[in-house]
Design a protein around this ligand. Structure first.
Ligand code: GLA
Length: 388
């Protein structure tokens, strides 16, 4: 059990026993990709794969952190007086950034601590390991120092860490999905108003299979920020005539009638994705509520195709997984999830067919790409918490 491993790792590294253990989930997004910085809807859920942390109080103002997932980094040590981004601190910049945010919002940390971290959430695989470690830190600090900060504020701080500290201009989806996660529920979030609604994920005999390309990527060096800038430029050109605040304000027809204003092929395709994906997300939520899984599957497939051709964030690995999944018996839909450029895809598969599915897709993937994929069954879980 990872919650026990992490306590042992704590004792090994720091030479005394930890006193508390915390957990934060990762997330998958069912549909609604690249809509969150376009004022659209997203439909993610937290998953049971995640990150555990063992905590021990210190009496000085030092913080030490060790991750069993990044052993080469060793113990990262810093002082509460200096929480500036430091490239050499690697993964620990995420917890550091979150601590800096909490302090910037008027809270005082009057002592340091030691933290050992371990998890089963693959790193940089599109399942939001970064938002998981941010919200894990937020949970620990909020709890230990009894700050009583609202979860929604912690979610917003997480986005600020990404935007201002790490330098990824991401939306709020990942932090929201994790911070507000509930077992067996997906959350439909309107990123424009932050209104949200929980929707039970009841798929009968079907399960959500996560497929990992094992293609590592960092959003800092991906085309993520470029995509956001392209959407913003397209919006600006539409605003010359249309009184809209975001691309999410448009229906499909309104977009089709006005897309000429954008006057650039690439920008039109980027905005087309954002507008149509937002509408697909609303339709997918209705399909799930009405138990129309066939329709849900079609919308998921359409999302992948749009991310491939219009948004161009899939790549050979994700396309191979999704396209191979579509051909398997018992599959109602498959698409990339998260930012793309590698990372993970999801498929909705008949429980009885899962073994054959993994074998068939695994074989094709390895033959085409040259290394094996990995498969996990997603369990939809609660947000960050202390493990008693
Ligand atoms: C990453 C970002 C999110 C969102 C997705 C794409 O996960 O962190 O804010 O933009 O990509 O939907």
């Amino acid at each position: 059990m990872i919650s026990q491993d992490v306590q042992k790792e704590f004792t090994d590294k720091f030479g005394y026993d930890s006193t508390r253990v915390f957990f934060s989930p990762g997330r998958i997004n069912l549909i609604g990709e690249y809509t969150d910085f376009n004022g659209g809807h997203v439909f993610p859920c937290a998953i049971s794969m995640g990150i555990y942390a063992a905590y021990g109080k210190r009496d000085d103002n030092k913080v030490r952190m060790y991750s069993a997932n990044v052993p080469d980094q060793g113990i990262v040590e810093f002082s509460l007086d200096d929480l500036k981004y430091d490239k050499a601190h690697g993964w620990a910049n995420y917890p550091k950034g979150m601590m800096a945010q909490i302090i910037d919002h008027g809270h005082q940390l009057d002592h340091g601590f030691d933290l050992a971290v371990d998890g089963n959430l693959p790193d940089a695989a599109g399942l939001s390991s970064s938002a998981a470690i941010e919200l894990l830190t937020a949970e620990i600090v909020n709890d230990v120092f009894e700050f009583n900060i609202d979860e929604l504020d912690l979610v917003k701080y997480g986005q600020l860490v990404e935007n201002n500290y790490i330098g990824v201009n991401s939306g709020i989806m990942d932090q929201f999905a994790i911070g507000m996660g509930k077992a067996n529920q997906a959350v439909l979030l309107d990123t424009n108003t932050l209104k949200y609604e929980y929707v039970p994920v009841e798929m009968g005999d079907r399960v959500v299979v996560i497929m990992n390309t094992k293609k590592h990527r960092e959003l800092q060096d991906s085309k993520y920020n470029e995509r956001r800038a392209q959407c913003e430029e397209a919006l600006k050109r539409l605003q010359v005539k249309l009184p809209i605040k975001t691309l999410g304000d448009l229906t499909e027809t309104e977009f089709d009638e006005n897309s000429y204003l954008i006057n650039d092929d690439v920008l039109i395709r980027r905005a087309h994705h954002a507008v149509f994906e937002n509408q697909r997300t609303l339709k997918a939520k209705d399909a799930l509520v009405n138990n129309n899984l066939e329709e849900f599957g079609k919308l998921i497939n359409a999302s992948h195709i749009s991310l491939h051709y219009d948004f161009e964030v899939t790549g050979k690995e994700l396309d191979t997984l999704a396209e191979t999944a579509w051909k398997q018996p018992g599959v109602i839909g498959a698409r990339m999830t998260g930012a793309g450029f590698g990372g993970c895809a999801i498929a909705i598969v008949d429980r009885d067919q899962v073994d054959a599915f993994k074998e068939n897709v695994g074989k094709v993937y390895e033959k085409e790409i040259g290394h094996p994929a990995e498969f996990y069954i997603a369990e939809i879980s609660d947000g960050p918490k202390e493990i008693k």
